[in-house]
Ligand binder design. Structure first.
Ligand code: GLC
Length: 640
């Protein structure tokens, strides 16, 4: 069906001298492998405009492959193994804001020893491209995709850092914000000035007719701070689609020029040496009247095109789809069996379920949801985390809540009250984010330490509460370290940073309480990690030890090698991770009570050691009994 187009693309590649199969990084082979997918997807999306788009995409592929530095091409080849490199148990990541962590990019480079001390070898630098000083959504309102925010440094600083990371066998993750630009981006400015070419990059309407039809079915993302999905712009007298903040203009992917421009930006990041590209908010990229404008089939086609293009030119770069969506929707971001899509996705459901279990001391909903979460295809992986820069949404299904014996509405209400301090006696200190009085929805902001009770315990100086909150912090983090996927620490959590309420005094931040858990690091305080007896030391050394354990256990490489164990308890969840010759059990007590449980273990084994506490256990036939202290977790390896 596409013979002619494929023939023409092939000629272009041949003319560029890139037609030798198997050499030059096997570009030509990959090109032909993904070309049919590109053709199919472009025609499905763009029909009569597809042919010229494919022509332009081919030119991009040739240009960026020719420009791809040799060092990156060799690194691509090194990354090819039996298993995708990003499934490895050696990886541990940290997300951080360059300025809040260490001032600027040069500052981050000076801190590489700190990451090594902790065991972190993948850095997610939060959006660092140019954005307006005030209205920038933490960098997610980009005004220039190719210029590093001058407050953080230069492109050269970024490249220097990337080179140092390679030398140290570390990896780099950056964001690409594909759904929207800042209203200060050149495209937006030219659109405001009346240039039709750029007006077509956005959704712009002269009157409310179409916006009103969209609004009928579109939910609101920031109902409190940015109600509605359209914003009136005085400069061009048009309503502009702004799903997130009013200064973030949604790009219109119905226009193939938008896709082409974004592909060019993605390949630019690929050639900077990005190892994991975090695609921001992909669920939103396709809009259709009469739908929620989220998770539409066409959004997946766009991502599949992005995957095909990067698989050809930057095969060592994995794509992370930042889709924070319901469990049934998330799996689709890993591809549909025919076309590849994202390699990695956030395990937002598991993250929220851990917070659910911590508040209720009941793991039943988490256990009910495991089958669904673990259906992820082999060769893809999760980002596992307790906190990130965003809020915590209670993104698990009502069915799972009901089947655990709770009433969904009351249950969610309890969780929100528990974490926002409205529930009598709660140890947690957090804030409700994006409350919507119409739907009663809300999400939760707060740092790992504050939500686990450390802030309150330290304020009241109550010894046993401090101890308990520290145990909770390690329990939550240990679960994320040992679950299949890449653990991603949110900077500051490794030192127990608490909520910082100073955002309330900054006009540009005050309306967005996610800033409460985006700390400004104080490196004098960070030195407390070396003082035994401080919470900083307890948490930091705990994280260090957990990462060390993770790196020593090959069964933690994600090969879909997990078995959820049947434990007769509503408080303790346990799973095994295994290889052909190892079987390791992980158990987590989500309650403040001590419990004795019996685990079923493989009968040929004999004795076990918990490598976290050094406790030893003997099994009798295929059973092993053990105590779990409040909020204790165990990592059980067989002895001999
Ligand atoms: C993503 C980011 C979030 C941002 C939004 C809009 O969800 O994680 O911080 O507000 O996209 O770009």
């Amino acid at each position: 069906m596409f013979e002619k187009i494929i023939g023409r693309a092939d000629k272009k590649v041949k003319d560029a001298g890139l037609d030798v199969a198997g050499v030059d990084g096997a570009f030509y082979i990959r090109f032909h492998r993904y070309l049919p997918a590109l053709c199919t997807l472009c025609f499905k999306l763009y029909e009569e405009k597809a042919e010229s788009l494919l022509h332009d995409i081919t030119a991009l592929l040739i240009q960026f492959w020719k420009d791809r530095p040799h060092q990156l091409k060799s690194r691509d080849e090194e990354k090819i193994g039996d298993l995708p490199w990003f499934t490895d148990n050696n990886l541990t990541g940290m997300s951080l804001y360059v300025d809040r962590f260490a001032g600027n990019l040069k500052g981050v480079q000076k801190k590489l020893g700190y990451f090594e001390e902790l065991g972190v070898n993948l850095l997610h630098l939060m959006p660092l491209m140019a954005c307006p000083e005030e209205q920038n959504d933490g960098g997610y309102a980009v005004s220039d995709y190719k210029l590093v925010n001058p407050a953080l440094g230069t492109l050269k600083d970024l490249m220097d850092l990337q080179k140092k990371l390679i030398q140290k066998d570390m990896y780099l993750m950056l964001d690409v914000v594909i759904n929207h630009t800042s209203d200060q981006h050149l495209w937006a400015q030219r659109a405001k000035a009346g240039e039709k070419y750029y007006q077509d990059f956005y959704y712009m309407y002269e009157n409310r007719e179409i916006p009103d039809r969209f609004e009928l079915t579109m939910p609101q993302i920031f109902p409190h701070s940015a109600p509605g999905n359209f914003t009136w712009n005085e400069e061009c007298y048009r309503w502009i689609m702004t799903v997130f903040n009013q200064y973030q203009w949604d790009l219109n992917y119905k226009n193939p020029n938008v896709l082409l421009a974004m592909l060019e930006i993605i390949l630019f990041y690929g050639n900077l040496g990005v190892d994991i590209l975090r695609i921001d908010a992909p669920a939103f990229v396709w809009k259709k009247i009469g739908t929620t404008c989220q998770n539409l089939e066409e959004a997946h086609w766009i991502l599949q095109i992005m995957k095909a293009v990067t698989a050809i030119v930057t095969p060592g770069m994995a794509l992370l789809g930042e889709a924070i969506v319901a469990p049934k929707d998330i799996m689709k971001y890993f591809g549909n069996g025919c076309f590849d899509e994202c390699d990695v996705a956030y395990n937002a459901t598991q993250m929220a379920l851990q917070w659910d279990a911590l508040a209720t001391s009941d793991i039943t909903i988490m256990r009910q949801s495991q089958r669904e979460i673990l259906e992820k295809p082999v060769g893809t992986t999760w980002i596992n985390y307790t906190r990130c820069h965003d809020d915590i949404g209670l993104g698990y299904s009502d069915e799972a809540i009901s089947s655990a014996g709770f009433t969904p509405f009351q249950h969610r209400d309890f969780i929100k009250k528990y974490y926002s301090g409205q529930y009598q006696g709660t140890p947690a200190k957090g804030l409700l984010f994006a409350e919507n009085p119409l739907t009663n929805d809300a999400r939760i902001s707060g740092s790992l330490a504050s939500l686990c009770g450390l802030e309150r315990a330290l304020q009241h100086n109550i010894g046993y509460e401090i101890k308990e909150s520290l145990q909770k912090i390690l329990l939550m983090q240990a679960h994320a370290f040992f679950y299949p996927g890449i653990p991603m620490i949110f900077y500051g959590d490794e030192l127990g940073y608490q909520n910082d309420y100073s955002f309330e005094n900054h006009p540009s931040m005050a309306e967005d309480n996610r800033w409460v858990h985006r700390p400004l690091l104080d490196w004098k305080k960070n030195d407390l990690r070396k003082s035994v007896g401080t919470p900083e030391h307890y948490i930091f050394s705990g994280f260090q030890k957990l990462i060390g354990i993770r790196k020593k256990l090959p069964c933690l490489t994600d090969k879909a090698n997990i078995e959820i164990l049947a434990v007769q308890s509503r408080q303790i969840i346990a799973f095994a991770r295994y290889t052909e010759n190892s079987y390791v059990i992980f158990g987590f007590n989500y309650s403040a009570q001590k419990h004795v449980v019996t685990l079923e273990v493989p009968s040929e084994k004999d004795s076990w050691r918990d490598v976290w506490t050094n406790d030893e256990f003997r099994q009798i036939s295929n059973k092993m009994e053990m105590v779990f202290n409040p909020y204790q977790f165990r990592v059980l390896l067989t002895l001999g």
